[in-house]
Design a protein. Structure first.
Length: 71
């Protein structure tokens, strides 16, 4: 359960769920296909606009200090 709750905090989880629900909605209501796709894409876009960026990446090494260590 803790694993699922942690995943629900990630924007990629919400984008994936919306994409799946959009695909299912298109199959269930083919006459509304265009509206379902537009709504799903709009929601995924909103998540991308308002999501918090991850700071998990390490800063790049200073090229000058790396070059100085070699010689």
């Amino acid at each position: 359960m803790k694993y699922l709750l942690e995943r629900l905090k990630e924007p990629s989880t919400w984008r994936g769920l919306l994409a799946l629900l959009t695909a299912v909605g298109v199959k269930l209501h083919p006459e509304m296909q265009e509206a379902i796709l537009a709504t799903g894409l709009a929601l995924i876009g909103m998540i991308n606009v308002f999501r918090k960026e991850s700071n998990d990446t390490k800063p790049a090494a200073n090229p000058a200090s790396v070059a100085g260590d070699q010689g």
